[in-house]
Design a protein around this ligand. Structure first.
Ligand SMILES: Cc1cc2nc3c(=O)[nH]c(=O)nc-3n(C[C@H](O)[C@H](O)[C@H](O)COP(=O)(O)OP(=O)(O)OC[C@H]3O[C@@H](n4cnc5c(N)ncnc54)[C@H](O)[C@@H]3O)c2cc1C
Length: 335
């Protein structure tokens, strides 16, 4: 069964009554519904319900402030229509999905330990894996409420393979379930792709990829695609981690054809002290980006993924400090 949704003064679309949130129904229909994280964290998909009824999946989702709730705002990623509805939201072409998201059953094919708290998971579905380098999918880990967003580290392929790099979050339900409770051959629901921080292959600028912690996966995917397509004369890859044992990108990047001459890899550690034997860069990764890259910074195309403090530091550095046009800055916030 499907519910009809009308956007006041604009398009209409339908949402599957069984499995879709308002946001996913809109994106599947190719509507440019504003959004960012898709999991209740950022508030990017706020809207007003004008007529009809909707269930709220996660009432405490941090994407809505108390003020938003008092004003009756809702999150499209946490709303499931109960019947036909009219909503108010300002859609924009920039949010139109580049590849229409689909919901698939995917089976865990391989699990590889990368560092003490990071694993690479490879899932296989029986349809082609279609996504752009840098996008993410929603996984439904076993025995967990709600979906979790994870970025793909591989490239679109006809064989149906979806690869992720996942960090264990202390006390986190989704990541713990993926680490400890999903065995090889077991299946879960995978929904995607989503996200706007994908490779702009038509830019001929030098590319800068900046990965903070678990932000590695989308940066690896972008590096793979940019080098394979000859999309950049040079790629600068910055890898921010706490300790040396947390670094695993070098081996992954070394295996990509073309990395020898075109890619510069700079690991940056933030939690080493004077006594540690570490000859590389120390401090926060954004500071090293400014120290290391030949100026001016507005000549590069920037991609970054990682925790909110890193994202904010980079936005300030690039947009305010160095006047890099926002069209050259692409990022996902791992809320
Ligand atoms: C765009 C994006 C891309 C990401 N890519 C990666 C990646 O490549 N690798 C990686 O390791 N991490 C990635 N993350 C972070 C990842 O999605 C998880 O937040 C992280 O793994 C912690 O999840 P957890 O379940 O272990 O922790 P928890 O603290 O249990 O949950 C973390 C998040 O899950 C959501 N959540 C919690 N409870 C509910 C609920 N009841 N209903 C619905 N949602 C709920 C919330 O957004 C919450 O902040 C990404 C996040 C985003 C937004």
């Amino acid at each position: 069964m499907e519910h009809k949704i009308v956007i006041e003064g604009g398009d209409g679309f339908t949402v599957s009554a069984e499995e879709d949130t308002l946001l996913r129904g809109a994106l599947r229909a190719g509507i440019g519904f504003p959004h960012e994280c898709s999991v209740g964290g950022c508030g990017g998909c706020r809207f007003d319900l004008v007529t009809g009824e909707m269930d709220t999946l996660w009432a405490e989702a941090p994407g809505l402030s108390e003020r938003d709730r008092k004003r009756g705002k809702r999150l499209a990623c946490q709303s499931r229509p109960r019947g036909d509805c009219t909503i108010r939201v300002r859609c924009a072409d920039e949010y139109r999905p580049a590849v229409a998201p689909r919901r698939l059953q995917a089976r865990l094919q391989a699990k590889r330990q990368l560092t003490p708290d990071m694993i690479e998971l490879t899932f296989c579905a029986d349809q082609p894996a279609l996504f752009l380098p840098g996008q993410y999918a929603l996984l439904y880990p076993p025995a967990t409420t709600g979906a979790r967003a994870y970025s793909m580290s591989n490239l679109s392929n006809a064989g149906g393979l979806w690869q992720f790099v996942i960090r264990r979050v202390e006390g986190g339900r989704g990541s713990t379930a993926l680490f400890d409770h999903l065995g090889i051959g077991e299946a879960l629901v995978l929904d995607g792709p989503y996200g706007h921080a994908f490779l702009r292959a038509d830019s001929r600028r030098e590319i800068v990829c900046i990965a903070g912690g678990s932000g590695l996966a989308p940066m690896v995917s972008i590096a793979r695609a940019a080098l394979a397509q000859g999309a950049t004369p040079r790629l600068h890859f910055f890898d921010g981690a706490r300790k040396e044992a947390d670094l695993c990108a070098k081996d992954i990047l070394d295996a990509i054809p073309g990395t020898g001459t075109q890619l510069t890899y700079t690991p940056v550690l933030s939690a080493v002290d004077g006594g540690d034997e570490w000859a590389g860069a120390r401090g926060f990764v954004h500071a090293e980006v400014e120290r290391r890259l030949p100026l001016p910074l507005d000549q590069y195309e920037f991609y970054f993924a990682g925790p909110p403090p890193m994202i904010e530091a980079l936005q300030t550095l690039l947009m305010i400090g160095h006047h890099v046009p926002y069209q050259q800055i692409h990022f996902d916030r791992f809320v």
